[in-house]
Design a protein around this ligand. Structure first.
Ligand code: NAD
Length: 477
């Protein structure tokens, strides 16, 4: 089977024309980097036919970056490759016919996390659109994070049905998950090792050929498609688990009156001779499209009909979903801290004015998907508080009005809740914030260990911080 495919690939020659489906946080930088490679003649970015997508296509074709927030080098690179004529975006899939390789990086959320039901509508539609125009010898790579088994299962089926070709014979098929973080997209693509897994040897080899030129520091790690799917979902699951461990310890430290950060330094000091006790940071919650869902892709994979028997007590919750629950609890804990800080100043959550600082889930970015700020906003509003939101990057949210006027949001606030480590919040001056709040004892709740508590306490604030058991019970000055 692979012999036929190898011959088709050989007849096609080296990869010169590439398609990237999905012009989001993952697809956009990847497309720009491919288009900047000297040997690549053309890269086409594909978007779906919605008004937002049409706007994205127009923005890209003007040589502008559709992503806001700090993304070093991306705007310049898009401008460069559009001007050079090696990159363009479109909603028309017909050009797939002439491409040597097509990568797919559309969103893969969950419709129902409890019952492990993903929303594969965007992925299915992208696969179908690519399949309808697929020609012999083309490589298709699923880059989206998917449930283990999806590439050899659903992706293969849809592509075969839509194209009339057979995967592994008529076209190559692989999974090569992205390992990027917003804020460092280009750097991560070039410098991280890349796991590349084909459904057969010829597919893996062709996918390695696609990605190797992109890597300036990282290496390609070849594996099977399913192993690559498990690698991706497991690495995010582990990160979420480690954050949950830090969050749980932070809650314990608060209860026992100690400073989590001191404890963390102590634990991390035990190292050497293969020992590492490094632990992550606690915070107001975990957000983003990836960490909030990838655990469920892994859980779904091990329960899929094709998977083997799992020897684990049926009535015991998975360590991984338990960790998700701990992280999901943190914005609720922020609300508990807010209530306690307000109470110390003889105020109640009901009727309080809260300035919520940061709607993006991660610092200095406009990415607000699954943001813990939203959970807090909803819970605080339900408790009767009036919540005003500031964010320097996020301009729009369905759930709340977002302002970029920090002083206006702080004016008259009874409580200031710090949710995102945006750079401008680090330099907040307690005296100035107190003047804006206009009361003797405003509350400040630090969800990201952004501010040193003592100057705020000295200024008269009622302070609370995640993990700050040593300061959360201070007396008012
Ligand atoms: N954001 C990250 O940092 C990151 C990191 C690693 C992996 N991933 C994974 O990569 C995938 C994409 O994530 P993202 O953050 O780029 O998502 P995104 O929402 O920013 O981008 C997805 C894009 O795909 C487009 N799209 C949807 N359906 C389409 C279709 N049928 N045809 C063409 N375009 C279509 C959307 O309009 C959108 O622009 C997800 O599976 C995610 O889990 C994301």
């Amino acid at each position: 089977m692979t012999d036929t495919l190898s011959e088709l690939i050989k007849a096609r020659g080296p990869i010169r024309r590439i398609g990237v489906v999905g012009m989001g946080y993952v697809g956009t930088p990847a497309a720009a980097l491919f288009a900047d490679l000297p040997e690549i003649k053309e890269v086409i970015g594909f978007e779906r036919g919605s008004p937002v997508s049409e706007e994205k296509v127009a923005t890209l074709n003007r040589g502008e970056c559709p992503l806001k927030g700090e993304e070093p080098g991306l705007a310049e690179l898009i401008k460069k490759v559009v001007a050079a004529g090696t990159f363009r975006a479109t909603g028309d899939y017909a050009p797939v016919t002439d491409l040597d390789a097509v990568t797919i990086s559309v969103q893969t959320p969950f419709r129902n996390k409890k019952d492990l039901i993903p929303d594969y509508t965007p992925l299915k539609s992208a696969l179908r659109s690519v399949g309808e125009h697929l020609t012999e010898g083309t490589l298709v790579v699923v880059e989206s994070t998917v449930t283990p088994g999806t590439t050899v299962g659903m992706a293969r089926e849809i592509l075969e049905e839509a194209s009339g070709l057979v995967a592994g014979e008529g076209f190559a098929l692989a999974h090569a998950p992205e390992r990027v973080m917003v804020g460092r997209l280009l750097k991560n693509i070039k410098e991280h090792d890349r796991c590349v897994g084909g459904i057969d040897e010829a597919s893996t080899a062709r996918a390695v050929e696609l990605y190797a030129p992109l890597l300036t520091a990282g290496h390609v790690i070849p594996m099977t498609a399913t192993a690559a799917e498990v690698t991706k979902t497991a690495e995010n699951t582990f990160r979420d688990l480690q954050i949950a461990a830090a969050n749980q310890l932070a809650l314990y430290c608060e209860a026992m009156g100690v400073n989590f950060y001191e404890v963390r330094t102590g634990i991390a000091s035990l190292k050497g001779e293969g020992i590492t006790r490094a632990i992550l940071w606690p915070g107001a919650g975990v957000g983003g499209h990836c960490l909030t869902k990838d655990t469920y892709h892994l859980e779904r994979g091990v329960r899929a009909p094709g998977a083997g028997a799992l020897d684990f007590p049926a009535d015991r919750e998975s360590l991984y979903t338990l960790a998700r629950g701990i992280n999901d609890f943190m914005p609720h804990h922020m609300l508990t801290l807010t209530g306690s800080a307000l109470e110390q100043a003889d105020k109640d959550l009901d009727g309080a004015k809260i300035a919520l600082l940061g709607w993006a889930f991660i610092a200095d970015s406009d990415d607000a998907r699954e943001s813990p700020s939203e959970t807090y906003y909803e819970a605080a509003t339900a408790a009767g508080a009036e919540v005003r939101v500031h964010d320097p990057w996020v301009r729009h949210a369905d759930e709340a009005e977002i302002s970029d006027d920090l002083e206006a949001v702080l004016s008259g606030a009874d409580a200031v809740a710090l949710f995102t480590a945006h750079r401008e919040y680090r330099s907040l001056d307690p005296e100035r914030v107190k003047t804006l709040c206009g009361c003797e004892h405003p509350a400040v709740i630090d969800g990201r260990n952004l501010i040193a508590p003592d100057p705020w306490i000295e200024a008269g604030f009622s302070y609370r911080g995640i993990g700050r058991g040593d300061r959360n019970t201070h007396t008012l000055r």
